[in-house]
Design a protein around this ligand. Structure first.
Ligand SMILES: [Zn+2]
Length: 252
């Protein structure tokens, strides 16, 4: 498997799999030749509303491939309302670059919205006024020595981080450094300071979602230096763990 996926063909296949799994696939924007896709499925009385996104950095294919694999195997729980946005930066993925083809780090663009893709994404979120119980963003990190995560907000006072790490450890190493990305960290969980100068004016997707659309925002990071299959398996294991915890927190 190549580390760089060909976005248009991949997205066409994702859309077919989503359709077969009963999702409605909407195109909320177009960047270069590739669509920005959101797959949606909502039961009449959903237990929760969950959002999953990946591929906002074009050099991080594992999250996108994990969401594609989950869609293909029809993993998504029928009691829950879902939005799945598998590839937020198709131009970056085509080129294998972190940034979009405009040279913008989309995951620092949610306040300024300088990139047309970010503007389209924000407009889509705002138009429907989506409110999520939980948003998950799947990422990768070239410098990390294992899996780690960020947790922003809470689910009725409950933190998911430690239990996710415990589950993921079965399939991949955990980065247990005391500092990750320049922030204090412990047992695979990163704790950025409240007033974070790195992102004060350069909001990541999850900060924007936490501010406007979700109660709990989780960012999952796999180590890019590890084999791709292991990173995909780690994302799938983490998403599985989150689902189990989310259902437990609903008493379901
Ligand atoms: Zn990333």
């Amino acid at each position: 498997m190549s580390d760089v996926l060909e976005p248009e063909a991949w997205l066409a296949r994702f859309a077919r799999d989503a359709d077969a799994a009963g999702f409605r696939v909407a195109e909320f924007g177009r960047v270069g030749g590739a669509p920005l896709l959101a797959a949606e499925r909502r039961p009449a009385k959903p237990l929760m509303h969950i959002y999953l996104s990946a591929g906002i950095h074009g050099d991080e294919p594992a999250g996108t491939l994990a969401l594609g694999a989950l869609m293909e195997r029809r993993w998504f729980d029928g009691a829950i309302a879902w939005h799945v946005l598998p590839l937020l930066n198709p131009s970056g993925m085509a080129a294998g670059t972190r940034e979009s083809r405009e040279g913008i780090d989309l995951n620092r663009d949610y306040l300024a919205a300088a990139d047309p893709g970010t503007r389209a994404h924000r407009a889509w979120l705002r138009a429907e006024g989506w409110r999520y119980d939980l948003t998950l963003a799947l990422h990768e990190d070239w410098e990390s020595r294992g899996f780690y995560l960020y947790e922003l907000g809470d689910n009725a006072g409950r933190c998911f981080g430690p239990e996710i790490v415990r589950d993921v450890e079965a399939v991949i190493a955990i980065d247990r450094a005391a500092q990750i990305d320049g922030y204090p960290a412990s047992d695979g969980q990163v704790f950025p300071p409240e007033d974070n100068p790195e992102i004060r004016d350069r909001w990541p997707e999850q900060l924007y979602l936490r501010e406007h659309h979700t109660r709990l925002a989780l960012t999952l990071e796999t180590p890019s230096a590890f084999p791709l299959a292991e990173r995909i398996a780690a994302h799938i294991r983490a998403v599985d763990a989150v689902m189990r915890l989310a259902r437990e927190s609903q008493g379901a």
